[in-house]
Design a protein around this ligand. Structure first.
Ligand SMILES: [Zn+2]
Length: 469
């Protein structure tokens, strides 16, 4: 199958030009001014943006958490992603305590089997390490294409690791070239604050934020940065939500240390006040780190403009409001933490980032596609439009009106964080490795088209032969 995309405005992290793209099989094989080639399918793209498929490096599909399981499995989550122009994501395997990484990897692969709509890779979330076992096994993961280790510095008594485990993983990463990712919050202090709040009878959703003050995020971010310096590893701080965490990252980057930061769509739009909505509606916004006071939103926009933060992900971790979030109706600490977002990252960042003139189109592509592809060993197969790259392409109509609402979304959850938001600009057609995935608001391809991608190490290019045909 060959596809010719004619006359679109091609936008990558670096370029912005009108041209034709010829896709032969799964890859882009020619780019030019007016290509004189015949193709099985011709897509007229005049007036449209032609973007590289987006990469979301932070999602949780089919994940057991907080006494339940996320409502989106691989099929529904990836379908939502596809409609939002995301053609590749990196999900988290959570190592069950005491289990080997290989067993966990097999388990997560089997959950995805036959359901994949887009391409995907995995990070390994380490929850415990034993010498003469998992400590040694950890070093073997990058050769299997799992080139990032995630550690939770919060969720005490569940998946939190102590500083010794964090530091040992950092040492292994320094050896293997894997990227260390941290969920940075001071889990011990938060645990004390949560218990004290509950003793005072403070049970409503807003106490989720009030027991996790921004300083707990700032402290853990700085701690991780300093420990990464000692270990000599590369560090990526996930879901940065506030000034207290942006500042230590800014200092580290100013010094030229190997530190990168990510924020998520919701932190630009949802603030603390949402948690105070009555009748338990605040529970929809219980995710971690929590929605912050509104003044942090400008701090985040500035940080993504200045490359203090280099990636915008979704941290999609969807639960039903009615039926799952309600587990915590009488105790905020029992509300499953997480929110949906996979489908609307491009809608929201294009509207409020690009159209509101906070960032350029090139920078949008860099934040949503190119940088995540580079940091997570997917580039240049993913993350750009270039000869030889996978033909993961979004034809984006910059004039198409779209109202974001749970009524028409593809996630299985029953609410949307951005309910009722009107945006101008929406994906019109999405290609995955040359196949049409989404067209005319329909999923065209069948589950099973997506592939597992063995990722390269940070700083190494992903060569085509790394993926089995
Ligand atoms: Zn997460």
């Amino acid at each position: 199958m060959s596809v010719l995309i004619k006359g679109g405005r091609v936008i990558t992290a670096a370029d912005d030009y009108v041209g034709d793209i010829f896709v032969d099989g799964e890859r882009i094989s020619l780019i030019g001014d007016s290509l004189d080639v015949s193709a099985d399918r011709v897509i007229e793209a005049a007036g449209k943006y032609v973007l590289p498929g987006l990469v979301d490096p932070h999602t949780h599909l089919d994940m057991p958490f907080g006494g339940t399981v996320t409502i989106d499995d691989v099929e529904s989550g990836q379908t939502a992603a596809a409609f939002g122009g995301t053609t590749c994501h990196v999900d988290f395997i959570i190592q069950p305590k005491g289990q080997s990484f290989t067993a966990a990897f097999d388990d997560w692969r089997s959950k995805a089997n036959g359901k994949q709509v887009i391409d995907m890779g995995y990070h390994m979330a380490v929850t415990d390490l034993k010498e003469g076992g998992t400590l040694e096994e950890l070093a073997t993961l990058p050769d299997q294409g799992i080139t990032s280790y995630k550690l939770f510095m919060a969720y005490k008594g569940a998946i939190m690791v102590d500083d010794e485990t964090l530091f040992r993983v950092m040492q292994v990463a320094a050896d293997t070239g894997a990227l260390v990712m941290v969920h940075a919050e001071h889990g011990d202090a938060i645990d004390v604050l949560v218990k004290q709040a509950l003793e005072r009878g403070e049970t409503e959703p807003k106490y989720h934020a009030l027991t996790r003050p921004p300083e707990t995020e700032g402290e853990a971010t700085n701690r991780a940065i300093q420990l990464a310096r000692v270990a000599g590893c590369k560090l990526y701080v996930v879901h940065v939500s506030c000034r207290e965490s942006v500042e230590p990252i800014a200092i580290a980057r100013e010094k030229g240390w190997d530190v990168w930061g990510e924020t998520c769509t919701q932190y630009f739009f949802i603030d603390y006040d949402y948690l105070e909505r009555p009748n338990f509606e605040g529970a929809k916004y219980v995710y971690t780190p929590p929605p912050r006071p509104k003044e942090n939103q400008d701090v985040l926009w500035t940080a993504v403009r200045n490359n203090i933060l280099s990636v915008i992900s979704t941290d999609h971790c969807a639960f039903l409001w009615d039926g799952q979030k309600t587990l915590g109706r009488d105790d905020f600490s029992k509300i499953p933490n997480g929110g949906p977002g996979l489908e609307n990252r491009l809608h929201m960042i294009h509207e409020f980032g690009v159209r509101h003139r906070r960032i350029s189109l090139n920078r949008m592509v860099e934040l949503l596609s190119t940088n995540p592809a580079k940091y997570f060993g997917l580039y240049p197969r993913k993350g750009t439009i270039a000869v030889g790259s996978d033909a993961d392409i979004v034809i984006f109509d910059p004039d198409k009106l779209h109202v974001i609402t749970a009524a028409t979304q593809h996630s299985k959850t029953d609410y949307n964080l951005f309910e009722g938001t009107e945006v101008t600009g929406s994906p019109e057609l999405v290609l995955l490795r040359g196949q049409v995935l989404v067209e005319n608001d329909e999923l065209v391809a069948k589950p099973g088209v997506g592939q597992f991608v063995q990722r390269a190490r940070f700083g190494e290019e992903l060569k085509p032969e790394r993926v089995p045909a």
